[in-house]
Design a protein around this ligand. Structure first.
Ligand code: PEP
Ligand code: MN
Length: 362
């Protein structure tokens, strides 16, 4: 299903300048908090005002959102600042209530994108409605599920459509609340180059201090915009207190962003293409070498088969890993890189050897 006929972000009528920044509190709490935060966000380079009205929480008993009453507060804060407003919707009722209240932009949260039934319900409620919709990635690193969410909303007729990258939850400990795994949004852009991608450093980082670097990284990777949580009194926020910035701190983050051009002049283009040529040559050489290495692995497989020994000789593998990591370090290659590389090579060798060992002798 194509996502080719989207309205470009610049034509949505909301982005004053690149990057598009959507900011506002994680949750709308009180009329005053919403209004005060919004007024302080005005004239900071923010292009739209966000707030969560219905909060999908991991555990019951946490603040689950102020509900419908807050929609009016958000919309009037939008009017007071002249900023369009954005809200998270998770079901048909949310869509209906938000649109009735006059909210301008809707987004689907990570806990909703994981469930195609819910996304479909939201999509059905969007039939015939010309409103921008942003689809956050699902909690788990599943690009197809993310694309599926975008396609469901697109099939409902929405053409002002964008993705939000908010990182992926993982069982492993990490300095991030949700690992950025930049390769996933990069792959999304490769597959669907005209889907704008907005990065949400707040939910990626989970803590204030890391937000500036993640926002800059998003810009350096040439993504289209940012969604950042901002609260007038972050420490006392009713949800996500650790990852919200005051409007003034957010203003500094925006001011300090270095926006580099993705275009080069001819001279730079030529110099770059020489370097790219060298990379291509090295990659081709690498593939030749790998192919040669696998040929030898197959010969070893034949040898082991004829000698009747197992494929995996643990001592030998251990020795290889140690040796390669050490040599890699001498060449300024990180241990992690060398380990990942050797593991991938080893896996392919074992695949080759297994094939040989299970072939009939002679
Ligand atoms: C949010 O934006 O406040 C939110 C709940 O985010 P996510 O869906 O990315 O967890
Ligand atoms: Mn939040």
């Amino acid at each position: 299903m194509g996502l080719e006929d989207l309205v470009p972000l610049e034509e949505w009528g909301i982005a004053a300048s690149k990057p598009l920044v959507i900011a506002g509190p994680c949750s709308c709490e009180t009329e005053e908090q919403m209004h005060d935060t919004a007024m302080r966000l005005k004239n900071t380079g923010v292009s739209a005002l966000r707030a969560g009205i219905w909060k999908p929480r991991t555990r019951p008993g946490m603040f689950e959102g102020i509900g419908n009453e807050g929609l009016g507060w958000l919309v009037s804060a939008g009017k007071a600042t002249g900023l369009p407003t954005a809200v998270e919707v998770a079901n048909a009722q949310h869509v209906e209530d938000s649109l009735k209240a006059g909210v301008d932009i809707l987004w689907i949260g990570a806990r909703t994108t994981v469930n195609p039934f819910s996304v479909q319900e939201v999509a059905d409620a969007l039939q015939g409605v010309d409103v921008p919709v942003l689809v956050k990635n699902p909690l788990n690193p599943d690009l197809q599920l993310w694309i599926g969410g975008l396609e469901r909303v697109h099939a409902a007729g929405v053409r002002k459509l964008a993705a939000i990258h908010r990182g992926f939850s993982s069982y492993e400990r990490s300095e991030y609340r949700n690992k950025p795994m930049w390769e996933l949004p990069i792959e999304l852009r490769r597959l669907h180059p005209n889907v704008p991608i907005i990065v949400d450093p707040s939910h990626i980082c989970g803590k204030r201090s890391m937000i500036p670097a993640a926002a800059q990284k998003a810009m350096d990777l040439d993504f289209d915009g940012l969604m950042i949580e901002s609260h007038r009194d972050p420490e006392n926020a009713w949800s996500d207190a650790a990852q919200q910035l005051t409007p003034e701190a957010l203003s500094d983050v925006i001011k300090n962003l270095v926006i580099r051009s993705s275009r080069l002049d001819h001279q730079a283009e030529d110099a770059l293409s020489v370097l790219r040529g060298q990379i291509d040559r090295i990659d081709n050489y690498l593939l030749e070498l790998m192919s040669e290495r696998m040929g030898i692995a197959r010969q070893i497989g034949e040898f082991k088969r004829d000698a009747g020994v197992t494929i995996l000789q643990t001592g030998r593998w251990d020795e290889i890993v140690r040796d390669r990591v050490k040599k890699g370090a001498e060449k300024e290659l990180t241990e992690k890189f060398v380990l990942d590389l050797m593991e991938a090579v080893h896996k392919e060798s074992i695949r080759n050897q297994t094939k040989v060992m299970n072939e009939d002798k002679g």
